[in-house]
Structure formats: C-alpha cells, structure tokens
Design a protein around this ligand. Structure first.
Ligand SMILES: [Zn+2]
Length: 146
C-alpha cells in the first residue's frame, strides 16, 4: 500500500471542470479528487457519488495498491478472493471515454488505462465496466475488455 499526501496530484489525472474557454482546467490534487473517497471512513463514507467517480477512484486505488478500497467497492458476488498487484508496474494514466446511466441503479464507464510493466513496453487496458448502486453505494460489477 502506498500513501499519498492530499496536496499531491491525483493519480487518476482528474482536472477541475472549466466552464470558460479562456480558462484552462487545472489538475486536481489527491485531496480534492479520489482522496475524498479513498481516505473516507469505510463505513460512513462519504462514498463516490456516481459510477464515474468510483471508476476514477478505483484506478487510483490500483495505483496506490489499496486492496481494502478495491474490495469495499467490488460487488460482493463478483469480488475476487485476492487482489494481486504486479510489483514494479508503473501506471501511466487514465482516460475515461464514456460514462452512461443504463438504468435507475446501473451505469457503465468505458476507459483506457495505461501501464508499463518492469522491463516491458507500455500496455493499454481498454474496458467497459459495469457498476451497480446497492444500499446507496456504487459498486464495480465486472467489465468487458476490448
Ligand atoms: Zn482522482
């Protein structure tokens, strides 16, 4: 497990929403972005308010090797017994391509995550993930990889 100070840039690459063309969006700090959910109380939250925020926070959780958070945000019927982190892997970034509601309590997020294994070339993980809202919390179900 790796620790990140709140002022450091968020691993997911989140930026502040910019509503004016003249103003460039600014990178968000971990404390302003995924840290809001990763460092929250495991029982009382706050929790990621939609599947898009949850997707970003789970990417950051992989970067920070936060097995506790990944397990807590994995729907119990789909949660693996153990979560393996590849030693030495370098996460290069996340690009969210699509986020859509597919029902009252289901949503999908399509993303591309890039990582570089030690000694190898960078690889892309392109997935359409499915999420479900259960008991007021968004949870990861599963995904289709491209
Ligand atoms: Zn983030």
């Amino acid at each position: 497990m790796k620790r990140l100070a709140p002022a450091q840039p968020c691993p997911c690459g989140g930026v502040s929403a910019s509503h004016t063309a003249s103003k460039a969006s600014k990178p968000l700090s971990y404390g302003q972005c995924c840290g809001r959910w990763l460092e929250a109380d495991a029982i009382h939250g706050p929790f990621a308010p939609d599947a898009h925020y949850l997707m970003r926070s789970r990417y950051s959780a992989f970067v920070l090797e936060r097995e506790d958070y990944l397990r807590a945000t994995w729907q119990v019927g789909h949660r693996p017994a153990t979560i393996e982190f590849d030693p030495g892997v370098k996460w290069l970034g996340l690009e969210v391509r699509d986020f859509r509601s597919t029902g009252a309590d289901t949503a999908e997020v399509e993303f591309v995550a890039r990582q570089k294994p030690p000694g190898g070339p960078a690889v892309r993980l392109h997935e359409r993930s499915r999420f479900v809202l259960e008991g007021g919390r968004w949870l990861y179900l599963d995904g289709t990889q491209f």
